[in-house]
Design a protein around this ligand. Sequence first.
Ligand code: ADP
Ligand code: MG
Length: 684
Amino acid sequence: MTLHINQISVRQVKGVSAPKEPELHAFGVHTVGDLLEYYPFRYEDYRIRELSAVKDGEKITVQGKIMGEPVLQRYGRSKSRLSCKVAVGQWLVTGVFFNRHYLKDQLEPGREIVLTGKWDQRRLQLTVSESEFPGSKSAKSGTLQPVYSVGGSITQQWMRKTVQQALVQYGMMVEEVLPRELVAQHELMPRREAIMRIHHPEDTREGQEARRRMVYEELFLFQLKLHAYRAWNRERKDGVSHKIDNEAVLAFVRQLPFALTDSQKKVTNEILHDMRQPYCMNRLLQGDVGSGKTVVAAIALYAAVTSGHQGALMVPTEILAEQHLRSLQRMFEPYNIQVGLLTGSMTERQRRDVLGGLQMGLVQIAVGTHALIQDSVVFRNLGVVVTDEQHRFGVNQRSVLRRKGMNPDVLTMTATPIPRTLAITAFGDMDVSTLRERPKGRKAIKSYWVKHELLERVLGFIRREVSAGRQAYVICPLIEESEKLDVQNAIDLHIQMQQAFPDYKVSLLHGRLPAAEKDEVMRQFGINETQVLVSTTVVEVGVDVPNATLMVVMDAERFGLSQLHQLRGRVGRGEHQSYCILIADPKSETGQERMKVMTETDDGFEVARRDLELRGPGDFFGTKQSGLPEFKLADMASDFAVLEQARDDAAELVAGEDFWKLPEYEPLRERLVREQIFQGDLLD
Ligand code: ADP
Ligand code: MG
């Protein structure tokens, strides 16, 4: 069998020496295939131009005839200025070469020369950066030269030469990977040609066509992975088939203190349907803050218990874990269901009790932080895992569960509505349920943006709300680089607020407090023993105190849009009119834009859309947990139409039988196997 270019080490390319190899590795280039896919990010234009068509200051390439003797001036030992007159068309141009005195002898009058450099219109002068004589062996003139991202001892020139060498040695081995019908349908350049052309296009249009083809390929192969994974997951029978007691679930829903919204009913049905099936549920529940996701999670957990299984609810913070523990205990108490808590800061003894209960099945529901899936945690019969307020069921967590011999249904809940672009890429492997409406009777939150100088009036506003029996949050920023300083800020602000409201109880919450203290602060705020809560962003996600109606954010310009929206979502959770006041003096335009968006809309989907616009997709989720793939060529914003096309094509392909059977798709299927798509670790 002949080797594939993705199996041949880049060392085999002539010119790649042992010391160069690790430097290429640092660019992600290990194989010949990688090198050929090391695309230029732009081209340098060495095509010969007419002087009449160029603008002052442009970098251009012209061809002309040397007129008269060159003039050399030297400054000190190594500096020099060499100039000579060149006839370009009907213009007489002065070519100026700095520090290249050695060229003097070659600049013979009457000789044709190609000059590249910066054009000075007024002086009719070209400051030459590169020159060559027509017909020389490595002539660049007349071409578009690729510009690669380079560094270390790898120079632009070396990279060009080496990629070119790889094309010469291995270009013929480049094989088509896309299905023939798609290449034809979208009139794509064949792969071999596209790889050649993307490095060395004849003209701009050809470069674009080559790029269009490779972008489509990149997005198609990515979407194919997601859809093949979904299709495969749906077919497998090794998940938990919950035998849900429908009557019991209905009774549970009926005794809730409120009626479910239509949206909640719909998504609950979607979730329970998945849970009954033998495949592993892999579902995303997205809903704006305050749309009522927790109760949906509770129903899913309860349903698992009626089937004789255990359920787990995983949350990002201890505060949230404690809050969910309390509300689940309240809900499940009449049913004699035990709810256990697992967090990092529990005592060994408490921990041992819960662990024992889970292992024996005496504790049916576990709530906790990441501590929930540590190796020491053994469930007797885990059926469903719900993760709240996390963008993804993070790295390797699913495989951790699988290693324990469990294949639970997984429901991921997020309050950050995902704009469509990102949903397709980041969550393309999941089924999505969306909570579109908020519970009835909620009033829109009124949002204001004020300057710092109005702080006195804001304090008056807080007093008004508090004396009417409501509660308020006052948020100060927490920037991770200097947690200490920020905690000090929070402490100072707390003192300031205590002085402003001596007749009310003002408490303080920040990440550095011991867990028990955090819990106590939240408990007191939850029952209105404290009226004003000064806090860092630790309350950002999930915290639910319906009597709180006022959210004041200090230095609001230091937060991103999604974060501000999350913070605002802490109010407007009950029947009372709620307010969000952003105190900010943003200097930057985007800072001001963010404040504007916040005051214009309180619809999370709209906020997310504007956020994406302002930040771009790469930044949208912040770093790590994003689950966003990195593309070599494709750009989420400008290639969106291609992305949608690629998604449709991939979905259609895997939905048919041909893909799974016909030999012509064998290479694609092998590729999916190689990438371990069918082991269920996709994007974990
Ligand atoms: P989120 O989606 O932000 O997690 P929660 O689940 O915390 O929202 O719900 C917000 C508040 O709305 C909670 O106090 C919850 O009890 C209440 N709630 C949820 N569903 C309904 C409903 N159908 N009718 C009235 N209130 C509801
Ligand atoms: Mg929530």
